[in-house]
Design a protein around this ligand. Structure first.
Ligand code: CA
Ligand code: CA
Ligand code: CA
Length: 454
């Protein structure tokens, strides 16, 4: 409420100040007591200013495309499952026009043909993309594909079969890759996933030789879902969540009263693990070495939720980081959620970004987040086509005055604009309307949106 009052007071103040400036300018030009013709001149001058201001505002809005529905490969659905650390690449799976499912690659800003079909392995009909990594404009995707049996693959310009992997005991029949770090020509190149032969084993496919993980645990965990940026931390689960670091395996346990768990994501720096703990209900958790497993909650505690991925902790020290993304089951269907700054109470992205969803579309599951916490991918219902569809979301509200890109417009943004007030700059974040100067137009944008997203 205080923020709303501030917003309105600020807007009123600025409108009045603006009017006074126009009046004092008119006075300086000798228009203090305008004759009818002069009055007409002043009026059109004011109209011109207003039009320019609106044009700049619209230009600012146009520059900030914040939610992008990815479309499909010709079929009726798509889902995005991973995003690169820099937030510019995503992968997932889409139905094709002939009814099969293919792995795709997506780049932001989108370029035709928006989704690239990564194809299949020789002799196969389908593929699924689960993990993506990029560095220096190079990009690699990993996933699973049909070859008669299921094999793990990596795509680096072409799709390469990396086989069925390896098992703690015996030879595997099939394999699936879920995450990747490093480029194929670097020593850091690491691909993790799962191998299967009657049972599943968590596995590191690459670097060679293939390594089944946590074979000293009985039963060994089944799936390795995520790997840290340096390749040294691998997490996964079922029947229990685990963290593997430099050859040492550790189980993370469950939340009280639960019987099983899985870790689906790890922050790129390897310090924050997130996932799902299940029993009579299912709840997302985060885990750090100092806190152990902590339950993630929602404003209404009766519902289930899940955590899929986490950003790096605290790049800016402002309290909104790290960010954990996932989904909550509200009884009426899934809704994409995030938890900010290790605040255990989640927030519905559909409410926070309601202005981007005016067509009735719903963000249902947030599956991955960039290292800096700014970009999110996932899937939901795209209302204009009534299709399940992958989305890419930029959570920075820059065009609404979010100078420091923490998705909340507050005093930090206001101060940033005030500190550079009057400065000419090109491309600086304080010049919100991008007209080359930090002035009252930028200040007004912050004040009009004060409190948004906080
Ligand atoms: Ca990843
Ligand atoms: Ca901000
Ligand atoms: Ca400006």
């Amino acid at each position: 409420m205080r923020r709303h009052l501030l917003k309105w007071d600020g807007a009123r103040l600025c409108a009045r100040e603006r009017l006074m400036r126009v009046r004092s300018l008119a006075k300086a030009m000798g228009m203090e007591r305008p004759s009818p013709t002069r009055a007409k001149g002043l009026f059109s001058w004011f109209k011109m200013c207003l039009a320019a201001w609106l044009a700049l505002l619209l230009l600012g809005l146009g520059l900030g495309q914040q939610l992008f529905w990815m479309g499909t490969l010709g079929g009726s659905s798509s889902e995005a499952w991973d995003i690169s650390s820099d937030g510019m690449w995503a992968t997932g799976t889409s139905e094709t026009s002939d009814g099969w499912f293919h792995a795709f690659l997506f780049h932001y800003p989108p370029m035709p043909p928006w989704l690239w079909d990564l194809g299949t392995l020789p002799g196969g009909f389908w593929s699924r993309g689960w993990g993506v990594y990029s560095e220096d404009s190079q990009v690699v995707v990993v996933g699973e594909a049909d070859t008669g049996v299921v094999h793990a693959f990596y795509w680096y310009g072409t799709m390469t079969d990396i086989g069925a992997g390896c098992m703690c005991f015996g030879e595997p029949w099939s394999g699936r890759a879920y995450d990747v770090t490093g480029l194929p020509d670097s020593i850091r190149f690491t691909v993790v996933g799962s191998s299967n032969h009657e049972v599943f084993n968590a596995v590191r496919f690459l670097p060679e030789p293939c390594l089944p993980l946590c074979c000293d645990i009985d039963p060994p965990p089944e799936f390795a879902y995520a790997v840290s940026r340096d390749g040294r931390v691998i997490v996964g689960g079922w029947p229990l969540a685990f963290i593997w670091q430099d050859g040492v395996c550790r189980l993370l346990g469950t939340l009280p009263g639960h019987t099983n768990s899985a870790a689906y994501g790890v922050s790129p720096d390897g310090s924050l693990v997130v996932g799902l703990s299940g029993g009579p209900d299912r709840h997302g958790f985060y885990w750090t070495r100092s806190t152990g497993m902590v339950e993630l909650l929602m404003p209404d505690v009766v519902h289930n939720c899940i955590a899929h991925d986490a950003s790096d902790p605290d790049p800016s020290g402002v309290g909104f980081f790290p960010r954990i993304v996932g989904a909550a089951d509200l009884g009426s269907g899934d809704r994409a959620y995030w938890w900010r700054g290790l605040n255990r109470i989640g927030e519905d992205l559909n409410l926070l970004f309601a202005d981007l969803l005016s067509d009735g579309s719903v963000l249902e599951v947030a599956t991955a987040i960039s290292a800096d916490g700014r970009y999110i991918v996932g899937y939901g219902t795209h209302r204009p086509t009534e299709q399940r569809m992958g989305f890419w979301l930029d959570t920075c509200r820059h065009e609404k005055g979010d100078v420091n890109c923490d998705s909340c417009i507050d005093d930090a943004d206001l101060l940033a604009v005030l500190f550079r007030f009057g400065e000419h700059c090109s491309g600086c974040p304080e010049d919100i309307n991008r007209d080359g100067i930090v002035d009252d137009a930028d200040l007004l944008i912050v004040l009009f949106n004060f409190g948004l997203g906080c």
